[in-house]
Design a protein around this ligand. Structure first.
Ligand SMILES: *Cc1c(COP(=O)(O)O)cnc(C)c1O
Length: 352
């Protein structure tokens, strides 16, 4: 089965092989030197001089940890899709004071609305989803960076789960305080390991936070990470795979990898034009690793996805309230243009 889901994505067998190496202890010098070798390379991946931790959990757990460590008095959550709404719900479940700035799924969040909302409230944190995978939409970072430069008390948490490794991202240049990525999407690794970049301001905020807990406390992590250690026993097999995958990414070139994702997006967008399919997101905000289309006549998509599965390909028929209404194709990670052509041919066969 070829996995073109919007996550998890296909993992190359050479990477899977890395995860079946003999176990080592996490308090050994071998493991500490592995962590040390990963540090500058993770920094390059996120575009940061700040520490990048590897949490062993789901990306959602890491995003909750970001809220627990870095949310100040009040948090503003931008939500124009399923994941933005999820973080608003998570903040509520954690008992954190938070407001949503809501837009319809697939509609851009207006810059003016963000600016005026920040003027009104005593916000200390802003959360944005970079790649809103429920709608295949890329929310631009630059306008938010510009607005936040006028609000130095507001920390910027970015959900880059669907974009890290596949879309241009430069944490420090964009003034991002906490950047949460994932292993199972554009990095094309098994799920369960989450790169989290943490700025000095976020470490400082976390020191005063009463809700940061223990296992994902940023400062405790910083203390251990400096010594080449983690808090608790990490997903050691995954660390082997990350090491190997970073070598592959360095060989391809990070910018070349971003371009490959962009090119695959252009391929699906061109293909869809001739097939009565339209993207959910506006044409200038499409998400390079994930396409999300609906049929012009709003035909149900579940049958297409099921028929495609018979051809050996997995894609998705929609997230949350869009289930059965969209086709979501994850052309991310290590998939190539050639392999994507194969999927589009198979899709042609079942769309008819
Ligand atoms: C996949 C995804 C998540 C959730 O990741 P989990 O590892 O399943 O928790 C969060 N945000 C975005 C934008 C995603 O695409």
């Amino acid at each position: 089965m070829k996995i073109f889901l919007p996550g998890p994505t296909e993992v190359r067998s050479e990477l899977l092989a890395q995860t079946s190496q003999p176990m080592i202890g996490h308090h050994t010098t071998a493991f500490a030197s592995l962590i040390d070798s990963l540090k500058p390379r993770l920094g390059h991946l996120l575009g940061t001089q700040h520490p990048v931790f590897l949490f062993s959990c789901t990306a959602s757990t890491a995003l909750e940890a970001a809220l627990c460590n870095a949310a100040g008095k009040r948090t503003l959550i931008l939500a124009n899709g399923g994941f933005g709404e999820r973080w608003l719900e998570a903040a509520g479940a954690l008992g954190l004071p938070a407001d949503g700035l809501l837009a319809r799924w697939g509609d851009p969040i207006r810059e003016d609305d963000v600016a005026s909302k920040l003027e009104q409230g005593d916000y200390e944190t802003l959360v944005m989803v970079h790649g809103e995978s429920s709608t295949g939409m890329l929310n631009p970072i630059d306008p938010i960076t510009r607005i936040l430069s006028k609000h130095p008390q507001v920390l910027f948490i970015l959900d880059a789960v669907a974009t890290l490794g596949g879309v241009p991202l430069r944490m420090d240049q964009s003034g991002i305080d906490v950047l949460v990525g994932a292993s199972q999407k554009c990095l094309a690794l098994p799920p369960g390991l989450v790169p989290v970049g943490v700025s000095a301001r976020a470490l400082e905020r976390s020191r005063k936070s009463e809700r940061k807990g223990y296992s994902l406390d940023f400062n405790l992590w910083q203390e251990r990470w400096t010594k080449g250690q983690t808090v608790g026993t990490p997903a050691i097999p995954q660390f082997f795979a990350v090491d190997y995958q970073l070598k592959r990414i360095e060989a391809e070139g990070l910018e070349r990898r971003w371009e490959r994702h962009q090119h695959m997006l252009e391929m699906t967008t061109e293909w869809a034009k001739l097939r009565n399919l339209v993207p959910l997101a506006p044409g200038n905000c499409l998400l390079p690793p994930i396409s999300c289309f609906r049929f012009k006549d709003d035909r149900d998509t579940t049958g297409v996805v099921k028929a495609l599965e018979q051809q050996g390909y997995l894609i998705d028929d929609g997230y949350g309230k869009l289930k059965g209404k969209t086709l979501r194709i994850g052309h991310m990670g290590d998939w190539t243009e050639e392999e994507l052509k194969g999927l589009l041919r198979a899709l042609d066969g079942v769309i008819g």
